[in-house]
Design a protein around this ligand. Structure first.
Ligand SMILES: Cc1cc2nc3c(=O)[nH]c(=O)nc-3n(C[C@H](O)[C@H](O)[C@H](O)COP(=O)(O)OP(=O)(O)OC[C@H]3O[C@@H](n4cnc5c(N)ncnc54)[C@H](O)[C@@H]3O)c2cc1C
Length: 438
C-alpha cells in the first residue's frame, strides 16, 4: 500500500494578520476585542465551535472576584463591557454575593452560558475580529526568537497563518508549548489542581436550596463524604438566571496534561462522578428531590496545566503584600484558592477587607520570544499566586492588557513586545476603563 503524504499547509497572504490570538476563552476573547478596538487586524483561533472556553465548554456559570470585600471594584475595562453586553442580551443579572463552601462571602455575576456564546461572538464580529472555529493550532514556525506563523488544522484543511504578534490564550499554552517555550514547575509540596465536570440538575427548588443553613449543608456533606458519593467537602452550585436549574461544581478529577490518554480518561471519570453525585443530591440535597441530571458540561473544566516562565514571575508574597509595579496592567482581588487533587478540602487564603493586587505586563511576556504575549491561565505566576489569579474577571483583565499591548507592539513597536511604551499602554487601558490600582 502506498503511503499517504501529509497534507501540506495552505499558505496565503489572506491569512496574514497584525495579531493572532490562540484560544477563545474569556482571556482570549478580551484580548481579541482589545486588539481589534485598538485598530489591529485580528484573527482568533478556537478549537471548539463557540467562544468562552471554561466559561461555556466547562460551564463554570459565574464570574467571581470583581471587587474587594469592602466593595471596591478592581476589574473594569473590556471585562465590564462583556458583562454589560451580556446583561443587555438577557444573559446575566447584576453583581451579587454568595457564601462559598469555605464559608467566605464572595461577589459574583451568574450568567447563562448559551447567551454568553452569542454575546461574545457578536462583540468580536462587531469589533472586526476574524474568528476561526473548529480550528486547532498544532505547530508554530519559528525564526529564532520570533514566531512567524502557526499551522492550524481548520475545518477542512490545514492552513498556515502569520502575524506580527501572537497571544497565547489557550489555557494549556498550546502555542508556547509548540514553539518550545519554558514553563514553571511545581514545588515539592505542590500538585496541579484537579479539574471538575460541571453538571446541571433541573428542576430544582432554588428557594429551598438557597435557604439551607450552614448546619444543613454540613450534614449533607458529611453524609456524602461518608458514603463516598462526594469527592470533596462542597455542595457548590451556580444558578442559570431565569431557570429552575443549578450547575454543580463538586466532582474532582486529576489529569496529566502531558498524557492525552490521561486527559481522555479524565473526561470519562468526570461524567461518571457527575452521575453518582447527582443521584446522591436527588436523595439528600434540599430542593433536588424532583430534579434529574439534565446536562453535563461539554468538557471537563481544567483549572491548572501550564504556567509560562515570563519576564516576571508573580509570587504569593507579592499578591499578599499587594505590590504595585511600574508596569501594572491589570488587577485582581480574588483570594488564594487552591483545590487539592487528594483529600476533600482546599487551601483558601483570604486577604484584608479592601486588598487588591496587581499584574505587571512582564508577567504576560514569555521568556525567549520577542513577539508573543500570554493571558489567562498561562500567566507567569507561582502555583499559589496563580490560584488567586485564575478567575475569569482577572483572566479578562489580563486579556485586555495583552490585546492592547499586542496592538501597540504591532503598530508602534516594530513587532517587539518588550519595546511597547508602558505609559502609553497604561493610558490606553485607563481610557478604556481598566482598573490599574491607584
Ligand atoms: C471547574 C472550574 C470552576 C471554576 N470556577 C470559577 C468561578 O466560579 N468563577 C470564576 O471566575 N472562575 C472560575 N474558574 C476559573 C476560570 O474558569 C478559568 O481559570 C478561566 O476561565 C480561564 O480562562 P482562559 O481564557 O485563560 O482559558 P480557557 O477558558 O481554558 O480557554 C482557553 C481556550 O483555548 C482553546 N484552545 C486550547 N488549545 C487550543 C489550540 N491548540 N488551538 C485552538 N484553541 C485552543 C480552548 O478550547 C479554550 O476555548 C473555574 C475553573 C474551573 C475549571
Amino acid at each position: 500500500m502506498e503511503e499517504t503524504p501529509v497534507t501540506p499547509c495552505e499558505t496565503s497572504s489572506r491569512y496574514s494578520y497584525d495579531v493572532i490570538v490562540v484560544g477563545g476563552g474569556m482571556a482570549g476573547c478580551a484580548a481579541a476585542l482589545a486588539a481589534a478596538r485598538s485598530g489591529s487586524n485580528v484573527l482568533l483561533v478556537e478549537q471548539n465551535a463557540f467562544l468562552g472556553g471554561a466559561a461555556t465548554a466547562g460551564m463554570v456559570g459565574q464570574f467571581v472576584g470583581w471587587q474587594t470585600r469592602a466593595g471596591r471594584k478592581v476589574v473594569g475595562g473590556v471585562a465590564e463591557d462583556i458583562v454589560t453586553r451580556l446583561r443587555a442580551d438577557g444573559g446575566c443579572g447584576e453583581l451579587g454575593t454568595f457564601v462559598m463552601s469555605t464559608g467566605h462571602e464572595m461577589n459574583r455575576i451568574e450568567y447563562d452560558a448559551q447567551i454568553l456564546k452569542v454575546s461574545l461572538e457578536q462583540m468580536l464580529i462587531e469589533a472586526g475580529v476574524s474568528i476561526l472555529f473548529k480550528s486547532f493550532v498544532m505547530a508554530a514556525r519559528c525564526d529564532g526568537d520570533r514566531i512567524g506563523a502557526v499551522s492550524v488544522w481548520t475545518a477542512g484543511r490545514p492552513i498556515e497563518a502569520s502575524a506580527s504578534i501572537f497571544i497565547d490564550a489557550s489555557g494549556d499554552m498550546a502555542l508556547v508549548t509548540a514553539a518550545g517555550g519554558s514553563f514553571l514547575g511545581l514545588g515539592d509540596d505542590e500538585a496541579l489542581q484537579p479539574g471538575t465536570m460541571m453538571f446541571e440538575m433541573a428542576p430544582v427548588d432554588l428557594a429551598e436550596m438557597d435557604a439551607m443553613t450552614r448546619s444543613d449543608r454540613d450534614r449533607v456533606i458529611e453524609a456524602g463524604l461518608r458514603s463516598g458519593a462526594l469527592p470533596r467537602a462542597a455542595l457548590h452550585y451556580s444558578r442559570v438566571p431565569g431557570a429552575d436549574a443549578a450547575w454543580f461544581n463538586i466532582s474532582r478529577v486529576s489529569v496529566d496534561p502531558d498524557d492525552p490518554f490521561s486527559v481522555s480518561r479524565g473526561e470519562i471519570e468526570g461524567r461518571r462522578q457527575a452521575v453518582e453525585i447527582s443521584r446522591f443530591l436527588k436523595q439528600n440535597m434540599p430542593g433536588c428531590s424532583k430534579a434529574r441530571l439534565s446536562a453535563l458540561a461539554p468538557q471537563l473544566g481544567i483549572r491548572d496545566t501550564r504556567r509560562v516562565l515570563g519576564d516576571h514571575v508573580i509570587t504569593r508574597d507579592e499578591i499578599s503584600a499587594g505590590v504595585g509595579y511600574e508596569d501594572t496592567v491589570a488587577c485582581g482581588a480574588y483570594p488564594i484558592d487552591v483545590h487539592k487533587p487528594t483529600g476533600t478540602d482546599l487551601t483558601f487564603i483570604e486577604f484584608g477587607e479592601d486588598h487588591h493586587y496587581s499584574i505587571p505586563y512582564r508577567a504576560l511576556v514569555p521568556a525567549g520570544f520577542r513577539n508573543v504575549l500570554t493571558a489567562g491561565r498561562g500567566v507567569s505566576a507561582t502555583h499559589e499566586a496563580f490560584a488567586a489569579l485564575r478567575v475569569m474577571p482577572t483572566a479578562m483583565a489580563m486579556g485586555h492588557a495583552a490585546g492592547a499591548g499586542a496592538a501597540l507592539a504591532a503598530t508602534s513597536a516594530q513587532g517587539e513586545v518588550r519595546a511597547v511604551s508602558i505609559p502609553e499602554l497604561q493610558a490606553r487601558l485607563r481610557s478604556e476603563n481598566a482598573f490599574l490600582g491607584v
